[in-house]
Design a protein around this ligand. Structure first.
Ligand SMILES: Nc1ncnc2c1ncn2[C@@H]1O[C@H](COP(=O)(O)OP(=O)(O)O)[C@@H](O)[C@H]1O
Ligand SMILES: [Mg+2]
Length: 382
């Protein structure tokens, strides 16, 4: 009884806006790391998946089915269990692929396809960027995410650079890896700007910079010998700055997720007296605007990922500005889109229109199906 009350109280404290705000500060993260933390572990939620549709793939008998290696992720809402569900429901041969082990190269020989990433932590990203490069380029494996997309995942600089050389409507972003250049750059910025560290997620490391003095302080710290402290005790912001124009907006981060011609998405609301929405846990599920869906589909024409989450803010000038796009996204339910309370999907039709269809889906299952269609049946439309 006492324990139950304690848990209830803890949950209430955690849900307070002020607690959320404190949790996003560097000081909180640093202090938190001084205390014991639970080691990452694999969640198996197999008994909670069956409220979603069974995703089927039509497989030609003449085509040999690939053997799939699943990389387990440590997420509270894991993807690996959804990959497994899809593979079992479609009678694919699969096994868990222990990517962290010393014999990962030998073990990979058992598979044609490798799917999944352990986490978005810097060390897991470094490890997998290296290993996926070998698996794909030198061992001929199909990887999801591909080695190029593993490189892109959680790299906001790469996203900004790709956008700059293509037609992706990304918010204007100023990145420099040279101190003198950065000091000159900030003199010409229109403040406020948003400073970001890479990698980061859930709004941690995203801060408003109100004037040139504050911007200069960040430059000086980032280009010092030991770099600038971040929320992680083992990682410094060293020799780079990332400033993005601040877009005055409607108070939401709009996420649109595309898988082939299927579109999902929802809004995340900024915390009161804050400008950040990601990771604050205030989700609103409602219809998506056609413009945002068209933008996301257009971005994936360039990025070509089995699944792509595109995050945008809707500026007060009426335009959408992309602030992030990602070839993997966390999904905590099988209802990533709801229109008037009904879970479903928008399907993009050949005539350029969208129509809504009811249904519950695990996006990781759809992503894996899309990967298989792209690689084994070239006219891959789901
Ligand atoms: N350029 C910007 N203009 C206005 N708001 C922004 C801008 N960039 C980020 N934000 C807000 O800050 C939040 C976190 O930024 P984001 O770049 O998405 O980082 P994260 O990787 O932590 O999600 C977003 O959800 C959005 O609400
Ligand atoms: Mg974001």
């Amino acid at each position: 009884m006492v324990k139950q009350y304690e848990n209830h109280l803890l949950k209430r404290i955690k849900n307070q806006n002020i607690t959320k705000k404190i949790q996003k500060t560097i000081l909180y993260s640093r202090i938190r790391q001084l205390f014991p933390m639970r080691k990452p572990f694999y969640v198996d939620d197999r008994d909670q998946l069956d409220n979603a549709e069974i995703v089927r793939i039509d497989w030609k008998v003449s085509v040999k089915k690939p053997r799939v290696g699943i990389v387990q992720d440590y997420d509270q809402y894991p993807k690996w269990t959804k990959y497994r569900r899809f593979l079992e429901n479609n009678s694919f041969d699969y096994d868990i692929y222990p990517i962290h082990c010393h014999d990962w190269i030998e073990q990979a020989k058992r598979f044609d396809i490798i799917v999944g990433l352990p986490s978005n932590s810097i060390y897991d990203l470094c490890e997998c960027r290296c290993k996926y490069e070998i698996l794909e380029t030198y061992m001929g494996k199909i990887c999801y995410p591909s080695s190029a997309h593993t490189r892109l995942y959680e790299d906001k600089s790469l996203e900004a650079y790709i956008s700059k050389v293509t037609s992706i409507p990304f918010a204007n972003t100023y990145i420099s890896n040279d101190k003198d250049d950065a000091l000159t750059l900030i003199k010409n910025l229109k403040f406020p700007v948003v400073s970001k560290i890479i990698p980061s997620s859930g709004s941690v490391g995203v801060e408003m910079v109100r004037n040139v003095k504050q911007a200069r302080r960040i430059v000086n710290h980032a280009f010092s010998m030991s770099g600038r402290k971040t929320h992680l005790s083992y990682y410094q912001q060293k020799d780079f700055i990332y400033y993005q124009e601040f877009i005055p907006n409607d108070g939401y981060d709009h996420r649109v997720v595309v898988v082939g011609d299927w579109v999902f998405g929802f809004d995340r609301k900024v915390l009161p007296h804050d400008f950040r929405a990601s990771g604050m846990g205030i989700e609103e599920k409602k219809e998506l605007s056609e413009e945002s869906m068209r933008i996301a589909l257009q971005v994936n024409k360039i990025i070509q990922s089995p699944i792509l989450a595109v995050d945008m803010v809707h500026g007060l000038d009426g335009s959408y500005y992309i602030i992030e796009f990602s070839p993997l996204c966390q999904t905590n339910s099988s209802e990533e889109l709801q229109v008037n309370g009904t879970p479903g999907v928008y399907k993009y039709e050949a005539d350029g229109s969208f129509h809504f269809e009811e249904g519950r889906y695990w996006l990781a299952e759809l992503a894996l199906r899309q990967l298989l269609l792209r690689n084994y049946f070239s006219n891959a439309i789901i």
